[in-house]
Design a protein around this ligand. Sequence first.
Ligand SMILES: *Cc1c(COP(=O)(O)O)cnc(C)c1O
Length: 399
Amino acid sequence: MISYGRQSLDKKDIAAVIDVLQSDYLTQGPKARQFSKSIAQYCGAAYASACSNASMALIIACRALGLGDGDLLWTSPISFSASANCALHLSADVDFVDIDGQTGNISYRALSDKFTEAYRKGRLPKVLVCVHYAGYSCDMKAIRSLAIKYGVLVIEDASHAIGGQYREKPIGNLDYADIVVFSFHPVKIITSAEGGMLLCDDKRMHDVIECLINQGIESNQNSIDDPTRAPWFYQQTQLGFNARMSDVHAALGLSQFSRIDSFVSHRRALANIYSQKLKALPIVLPLQESLSSSSCHLYTIRTTALNGHSCEKIRLYLYRSLLSSGFKAQVHYIPIHTHPIYQQLGFHWGDFPEAESFYHSVLSLPLYVGLDSKAQQAVINCLRQSFIDLSNDRCVVND
Ligand SMILES: *Cc1c(COP(=O)(O)O)cnc(C)c1O
């Protein structure tokens, strides 16, 4: 079975991991620092901190920005739930901003209207988490200037987006955000098995992040070098987490990182082939590049109503046809606010109509570095045949 995404490892990746296993440090050694430095340099960020995964990185980013009890965080409903869960973990409240159906990202218009309303009500968020859906950057310049106007801090959940560009600069460069977060889960652009990264430009913020990742233990070298203190001295200054990335994971991430540009260009080439070969079908293809040059983490199509069938039924038909040909497509995402835990907080179906109609029609096709051209052509053929069957009404679309 071929799935919508998976890792691409080579012999060097495996050798890099074995090297660490034979070294003195399995964790808290040089590899995580080296990986962080490489990513910071690549993105043009002053600082980067490796972390156990992106979900933890989001919690730590929120903590570092001072999000806590009674504060409010806004994010996109079309994301993995970690983009919102980070607020709940810190006893903060969550609300969502509806999306732009063209990109799957937060809609600037919806955001602007929501800010006006929130300002009038005196309930502005403390933090806005922007998600670069499928690797295509939000219009961060416009969003950042709105956020500054209302005094709101910005996190980019760039879990999909490492290797992409926005306004010709690498995603992660912090021109328009306080903290940027990456994920290195195996389906993402590069992987460390589990892993995440927090990037920032502010030294004090970086120190806080490093401290929170390591239990809240101060990592300030000055206090360690202080001759008036015992040689074994360390102190815990706040309540942190063990959210460290091990050197085993970092070695894999670092080895993968050396191929990041070729990974992204490979993904872009596969995405272009889909766009070329699917353009005659009655589906909506992902937006072509404009301000953002996508890392192509996902290739998502959207179905439309056809021959009396709803877009949902068409999507289900395509999903099942692909499945019976050996391809496991995926839907990104079930809107966060519709999960039972968020419904218990008072959200309902109907709250974010653009996000919900996006969800009803979207489908992610297989896209990853190791997807060979034969398999990709089989996906394309399967979709073409499905529409021939649909137009001849040879198929029965069942729920
Ligand atoms: C994958 C993902 C995360 C969580 O990443 P982990 O590293 O698995 O914790 C968060 N946000 C988005 C948008 C993601 O796609």
